[in-house]
Design a protein around this ligand. Structure first.
Ligand code: HEC
Length: 141
């Protein structure tokens, strides 16, 4: 009888431990600091989206508008200067500097919802392109 109670307690403890372990595992699916995952993300963008051209490429007004939009919508996770925070990765990385405007537009439009990057498809297209211009020309203007 005494053994039984102990066994029961042991089983409950094991069950509780595995439940909290499972919770821990599912809350730690953040892979955004892994450089490879940016490459994988970019590699999986459809060709058609990749080659879209930015209607406001290198336009200083668009850069300014894009900066404002970035501060409003993106800085809380990616930081004021896009250097990253606990909630989102730095966007000042070679993989993104080398990405085409179409690729950046695709990422912003679709997000990476599974890992916490929202989709911005509800933001009007011209505004998404302004953000792309800001990100691309960031250090140039
Ligand atoms: C709620 C937090 C959050 C907001 C707001 C947010 N992002 Fe993200 N973003 C993330 C996270 C997390 C990732 C990493 C996704 C991954 O690669 O797994 C990410 C990834 C990205 C990437 C790809 C880089 C990479 O390392 O994966 C780009 C580009 C990007 N975000 C741009 C933006 C822009 C532009 C905005 C504003 C319109 C924005 N994000 C708003 C959280 C956010």
């Amino acid at each position: 009888m005494r053994m039984d109670r102990l066994t029961l307690r042991f089983l409950i403890a094991v069950m509780l431990a595995s439940v909290s372990l499972a919770a821990l595992a599912s809350s730690s699916v953040r892979v955004f600091t892994d450089g490879d995952s940016v490459e994988t993300l970019i590699a999986n963008i459809p060709q058609k989206a990749r080659s879209k051209t930015n209607p406001v490429e290198k336009n200083p007004d668009a850069t300014l508008a894009g900066r404002k939009l970035f501060e409003q919508h993106c800085a809380e996770c990616h930081g004021e200067n896009a250097n990253g925070t606990k909630r989102g990765p730095s966007l000042n990385v070679p993989q993104l500097e080398q990405a085409s405007s179409g690729e950046l537009f695709w990422i912003i439009t679709n997000g990476v919802v599974r890992s916490g990057m929202p989709s911005w498809s509800k933001l009007p297209e011209p505004q998404r392109w302004q953000i792309v211009t800001f990100l691309r020309g960031y250090s140039r203007y």
